[in-house]
Design a binder for this molecule. Structure first.
Ligand SMILES: [Zn+2]
Length: 484
């Protein structure tokens, strides 16, 4: 929530996708998921069952970053129509550019809960999950789980609080203000709408739904911090209070639900008090807040994986409140979360002989590449483009990576030939006259991995003269281009 960079999702993945229901039988669900209600309803609330439910029934929307304001409005209308009389819709304000800010309500219970997503326009993963939650409530009505949820809770949902930023896929609103630094000044109409809604509803618990930096890692050795949680502090001393304890208990339940789906990939967001942020001030105003940050995960369908994880987290958290489990739950699973660090690379090329193009002699080392995404400019359908840059160079063993490439015996160079394809024979340019990108921190992450053709032995010699050899292009590292 405090950094503008997106999770990195479009790199080619080598790791197995988390969240695959088939790989996580219901038996791996934490015991807490099966302690209440009827056996059937309890089984359906385990993380594997919820993930499988999502696979079968989630609302059809584009990948989260491509969901437009109009898509969101249409999804809200469908949710209201499909569940007539159960889901209410009101407009609680307008964005700077005049887009309606929607507030959807479901349930009739005395305990009010407020969820808002995409306060940062380029942090979209929770927005589709809000509609999946409504769909789950509609389809599973009649189960004990939904009955108690609707009887005991009133759930308030604000999807896409920053529609102007979402249209541009940028963090800030159309004034250029970070809404999440406007809780005190209230100069943004979006922030004012959220504050007014909180004051009117007096929810006991809020869910502040964001995406975090794609370099965010958890644990050692570092793994992607695919979801990070925070029971938001409401003062600089980070005091505990019954409200904050409830937020920690909620976060503990969520961690236990997510851990079987993404083992070791749940982190804890920094609990430093940010005096201007909404989460922190909602705590001060009387509403405990759980922050859920979606982060990096490998795989071509990473965007969908994050929506599914958000769905599992939200159903788990709401059922914990409705069933009474939250109030009795220990906070240990929250207290022991590994704290977020920034030790993740998008791609790590290991042990390459690096011909950097800068004129220095080749040397052996690792290359770390990070990527970020933005909306592609121009007409036509909304689409994303991926930018990459070299983030680090040398001995990068202490980092984690979404994709690791073993380049032992291969020579890494800048991508020097746009037309060359993997398998082609290429000749290296004369680096002394080279004008293009080099392998250096800050340079583009487009690289070649080459094998010498003239010898079967790997070329690790710093004295080899690349100019005189022919090379085969073994791998084109081109972040953003999906490999088959
Ligand atoms: Zn954010």
């Amino acid at each position: 929530m405090k950094t503008p960079i997106l999770p990195v999702l479009l790199v080619a993945g080598v790791a197995a996708l988390p969240g695959c229901a088939a790989r996580h039988p219901a038996a791996t669900a934490p015991p807490s998921a099966a302690t209440s209600a009827s056996g059937g309803a309890a089984a359906a609330l385990g993380p594997a069952a919820l993930a499988a439910w999502w696979d079968a029934h989630h609302v059809a929307l584009p990948p989260a970053p491509l969901v437009t304001y109009d898509d969101m409005v249409a999804a809200a209308a469908r949710a209201v129509d499909a569940d007539a009389g159960r889901v209410a819709r009101e407009v609680v304000g307008r964005s700077v550019e005049g887009r309606d800010l929607l507030h959807l309500t479901v349930g009739r219970g005395p305990t009010h809960v407020l969820l808002w997503s995409q306060m940062h326009g380029d942090e979209p993963s929770a927005t589709p999950a809000i509609f999946d939650l409504l769909e789950w409530i509609r389809r599973e009505r009649g189960t004990a789980a939904v009955q108690r949820l609707e009887d005991r809770l009133t759930v308030h949902l604000v999807p896409m609080l920053n529609p102007d930023g979402a249209q541009r896929f940028i963090r800030r609103n159309a004034q250029g203000i970070d809404i999440n630094r406007d809780a005190l000044h209230l100069q943004t109409p979006e922030g004012r709408a959220l504050k007014a809604l909180r004051d009117r509803l007096q929810p006991v618990l809020g869910f502040n739904l964001h995406n975090q930096n794609g370099q965010t890692s958890a644990g050692s050795p570092p793994k992607p911090a695919t979801i990070s949680l925070l029971a938001v502090a409401h003062d600089a001393a980070r005091s505990d209070s019954p409200r904050r304890t409830m937020a920690k208990q909620t976060a503990a339940l969520v961690r236990e639900a997510l851990e079987p789906l993404i083992p070791g990939q749940v982190g804890r967001y920094s609990d430093e008090f940010e005096v201007r942020a909404f989460g922190d001030n909602l705590g001060r105003w009387g509403t405990a807040v759980v922050l859920i940050e979606s982060g990096p995960v490998s795989g071509a369908d990473a965007d969908q994986v994050l929506v599914r994880l958000n769905f599992v987290a939200l159903v788990t958290a709401l059922d914990g409140l409705a069933s009474g489990r939250t109030a009795a739950h220990p906070t240990a699973a929250y207290d022991t979360l590994p704290v977020n660090e920034s030790n993740l690379l998008s791609i790590r090329i290991r042990n390459a002989t690096i011909a950097s193009g800068t004129g220095v002699a080749p040397f052996v080392g690792d290359i770390g590449v990070n990527t970020s995404r933005a909306l592609a400019r121009g007409d036509g359908p909304r689409r994303l483009q991926v930018a990459s840059r070299i983030a680090d160079l040398g001995d990068l063993r202490v980092f984690g990576a979404l994709e690791d490439v073993d380049a032992t015996g291969l020579t890494a160079t800048p991508a020097f030939d746009d037309a060359a394809r993997e398998g082609d024979l290429v000749r290296m340019p004369d680096w002394s006259a080279w004008q293009g990108a080099t392998i250096a921190v800050g340079q583009p992450g487009a690289l070649f991995l080459l094998a010498p053709v003239s010898t079967a032995a790997p070329t690790t010699s710093a004295t080899a003269s690349p100019l005189s050899e022919s090379w085969r292009l073994v791998r084109r590292v081109q972040p953003g281009v999906t490999r088959p």
